[in-house]
Ligand binder design. Structure first.
Ligand code: DX5
Ligand code: ZN
Length: 221
């Protein structure tokens, strides 16, 4: 499978976001990963739909909105209308509301013609989202606890990647996007890909590197 690199703008300088997004496209990024945090589901607050709306005209790359927020269903409209290409929502935020909330939210995202995905934290079995695999364009496995960039990859997640890919194959979706988020580096990218992930989020690994083009291309090797 072709590997896609999704630099996370959480690690960017927010005062020059427009230039940064344009530069990421030139440097070979495949998606722009937009970390949306509400100060409740996770401690920090980042940005809302306005950021998506403002960067939308500045790049042709898909905008990957990772919603680390409570009550995600109430926010889908704003991110869809702002121009997100894919919206992912956390299993944990949905499961605390009701057993059907995750599925309802995914269906709502799709009703806008936007791709959708479910996210599991490192301590949530990937099996918990098996029932929504048929609805998902992508599944996102967190390899750190969400909230901050620059954390270390949790190695136990490697097995979950294999389980997720095997189940995607079993569902007749061998090419399903499986995204890994947190602590992806030049050192571990190959093992993560070999385990079955094809979309790698990279925040600090790209932004702290002197040559973004070089880093992005090496992550695909
Ligand atoms: C963490 C975010 C990640 C983060 C990744 O809550 O969802 O997208 O920016 O950053 P790195 O690649 O530095 O771990
Ligand atoms: Zn993220």
């Amino acid at each position: 499978m072709i590997t896609k690199i999704a630099p996370s703008i959480l690690s960017a300088d927010f005062s020059v976001m427009g230039e940064t997004v344009a530069k990421l496209e030139k440097c070979g990024a495949d998606l722009i990963h937009c970390d949306v945090m509400d100060g409740t589901f996770v401690e920090p607050i980042t940005f809302g739909g306005q950021m998506i709306k403002n960067i939308r005209p500045l790049t042709k790359l898909p905008l990957d909105a990772h919603l680390m927020i409570e009550h995600p269903k109430t926010q889908v409209k704003f991110f869809a209308e702002a121009g997100a290409d894919i919206i992912t929502v956390h299993y944990k935020a949905c499961a605390k509301i009701s057993d059907t909330y995750l599925e309802e939210t995914l269906r709502l995202i799709k009703s806008y013609g936007v791709k959708c995905g479910a996210v599991v934290n490192p301590d949530v079995p990937v099996e918990n989202i098996f029932p929504v695999f048929p609805l998902c364009d992508m599944v996102l496995l967190m390899s750190v606890y969400p909230g901050y960039g620059g954390q270390k990859f949790i190695p136990e997640v490697m097995e979950k990647i294999k389980t997720a890919r095997q189940y995607a194959i079993k569902c007749g979706r061998p090419d399903m996007d499986i995204e890994i988020d947190g602590g992806v580096t030049l050192e571990n990218a190959k093992a993560i890909r070999e385990a079955g992930a094809n979309v790698l989020v990279a925040g600090s690994a790209v932004f702290n590197s002197p040559d973004w083009t070089d880093t992005i291309s090496k992550m695909k090797l």
